[in-house]
Design a protein around this ligand. Sequence first.
Ligand code: ZN
Length: 186
Amino acid sequence: MTSTANLTTATDPTLERAWEVLESVPDPEIPVVSIRELGILRDVRRAADGVLEVVITPTYSGCPAMSQIAEDVEHALEVAKLAPYRVATVLAPAWTTDWMSADAREKLRAYGIAPPTGNCGGETPQPPATPREKVIRFVPKALPAPACPRCGSAHTERLAQFGSTACKALYRCLDCREPFDYFKPY
Ligand SMILES: [Zn+2]
């Protein structure tokens, strides 16, 4: 029996092109990092029916940026003339700040946002959820204080549980007195 199902990314120019195009799609809220670096872009593949399928996983549940990200992905694919395609949103395993690349953390800091430290305040990583489970987790209350992204001081205080978005908390540095967003570990 002959089959073309063994095509891999390496031999499929459309998939290669799609990866290239999507790696440059920025996060709508933090444009210095790409959705790839944040770990939101999970996969680019051929679905069982042969259609180009892009898999994205939302960051925080209810993060309003998610529909924007799907639109940006679609736009990038349209511009690159990669239609037909579909964008699949996959909720499990749930996104975690552990998926953020080291580069992304550095870029966040340079942008003035303290990157997440540790994984959820020392919890061990969650095993992957079963596909039928919709995972909603809450950020633990007692997180170690993040260092100031501007002066590096660990002498910071939390002003608000939520910063400019639900994904971030608002902190202030007690040394340089600057307020800053902290990307909460999740
Ligand atoms: Zn500071």
